[in-house]
Design a protein around this ligand. Sequence first.
Ligand code: PEP
Ligand code: MG
Length: 757
Amino acid sequence: MLDVLRKIVQEVSVAPDLESVLNLIVRRIQRSMKTEVCSTYLFDPSDQRYVLMASEGLNQEAIGSVRLSASEGLVGLVVARAEPINLENAADHPAFKYVESTGEERFSSFLGVPIIHHRDVLGVLVVQQKETRRFDESEEAFLVTLSAQLAGAIAHAEATGSLGSVAEQEKKAVDLRFEGVAGSSGVAIGSATVIAPPADLASVPDKVAKDIQKEIASFQEALKLVRRDIKVVGRSLAQRLRSEEQALFDVYLRMLDDNALAGEVVATIEKGNWAQGALREVVAEHVRQFSMMDDPYLRERATDIKDLGRRVLAYLQEAAPASLEFTNETILVADELTPAMLGEVPSEKLVGLVSVHGSSNSHAAILARSMGIPTIMGAVDLPLTRIDGRELILDGYSGRIYVQPGEDLLNAYRDIVKGEQEQAAELEGIKDLPAETSDGYRMPLWVNTGLIADVARSLDRGAEGIGLYRTEVPFMIREFFPSEHEQAQTYRKQLEAFHPRPVTMRTLDIGGDKALPYFPIEEENPFLGWRGIRVTLDHPEIFLVQVRAMLKAGEGFDNLRIMLPMVTSVREVEEANRQIDRAVRELQEEGLDIKRPMVGVMVEVPAAVYQVRRFARRVDFISVGSNDLTQYLLAVDRNNPRVADLYVSYHPAVLKALEYIAREAHKENATVSICGEVASEPGGALLLMAMGYDVLSMNATNLPKVKSAIRSVSKVDADQLLKEVMAMDDADRIQLLINERLEKLGIALPAQPVIPG
Ligand code: PEP
Ligand code: MG
């Protein structure tokens, strides 16, 4: 059975559209379960009904016309209960509803299983038989397993299907909604530009061909070059291959013939898609057909076709490297948004970001927040290939994306944008005032930086220091490790711009979700792997060069602080201290006028929480990386949109740990700061202030909001809020209480659109 299951899931995953997905499902299930009927009902939000979408065994005329409400018939019962219903004789059940057009009166036994995706009942899978018998346990288990596995594919196909293909792309409003994870707050209205990594066929978007003949010509040219390459490789291997292996190259060449792949691509271009999109479409169809074959030899040909497709694509991309077009309001959409991609669009044109993968604490989202760009992460159902050029509304508060929105929706969101602008103008007024509570408690507010552009923004917003400079960011947007001299130049810019305010530079924190293209780390479990200080202590040459560059950059300024990421044990701190001492000594011997900077440890893992005092005795300050600490305390991957709901900063365990760290650090008279994103939330900032944190470091975008929150409370109020929160045992209730309190204080909460209709 496992084999059948795997095969069905595999076929469905490559089916081109919703209709094929559903037809395939009913056909395969009917055959493998040997039932007389298999049908799929799907929810249609337009009239809140479950519609018969595909059936093997029921009258075909009924498809599309049988529409049941969630309280109608056995299908409705499966929906209402969200669990399987297995009946020997369906007609005997009180909920049975006879729908004449289906011809189902001939069938007695009924097994209906809900199709559930993200807790929503998308539809129902039904099998029926004439014979009066209960489906046995293994049949029920099979259908339940299949339904659970197919739900994602159905949701995806449904979402993709509601957008017409590029050839029939209309500008008319469709108001289609996709859910993601809020990555950076704010609303953006603009036009989508899909950015795909080079030679990645699967993420090539559809685009309307501007000049069909030109597209065909460039495709033919790319094809010619691939044919030439294959012949060259074939000839150079001729001596080493047997004749039947040699024949494979001929097969390859034949696949590219005009009456095979090439002809189909040309025909698809003629229908209006550009060459790269047409190539993706045709290759995907061939791959689908090959991978469905039973013969293992033929199945393997799917790999060949993919390889050929990639080769042709590479030449097409080489011939048209600057094919990305940016409108004045560009929303950049990517399968996996990387920090490097953020730099692709001229900043004055970039209004929003969308990533199919990742979650709110992925580093791309953190950077987006610091740049103040509304962002949605983990939009897993967004049909990437059909989005390019379409108008989008991006709601960075709720994590929703609307494709081709109607005028009513646009107006509702335009109102929010206006409200945001008014709020920003109001906050501008407190720029030069201190972050001080109404009873005179002063809370230093620092910023987190990474990009050079952050410096100006941070100073403009009244930051009093840099609590975290993510040095890996400049490393990530390069092609090899920067030299000591280059690093020193980059660091000096931050130190100089902020002088005399302190600048906390974190040593290279790679691994986890932060990869350097020129230093790949392949691991099964990267967040529990070679990360942060673990990498740099294993590569003293990288660590020393970086520390030397920092020290050199700081000469004459006296505002450098060095911070160590992902520390789990005292031994690591001692080793890092030794390396820093060595770098200081070397540079002094080289004649530089430098002294040892302040050194700090980040508390990011549970092991560090319980060793804060030991660390504090060995360094000058402690800084909490609550982004990682939350992920490790709650065992929730910060990048995984599936568990994004479980990643909560106000979880009682996280709050307990944060309070404990501040108390423990102070026992050793060490200063304790926090540079995780929780400090960027007005509510979080108030709690942390009450816990006794000496410095809050946050993204520059949110600094004015946090300052405004601090200025609107007394320290006594904040202490009282903390006391109440610490007595609570549920994160959602804590969030509600905080929202309620902020609202009372007149602190603006994330805007909610008044959705029309
Ligand atoms: C953190 O983990 O909280 C932190 C500040 O570091 P990063 O987000 O860069 O991992
Ligand atoms: Mg971290």
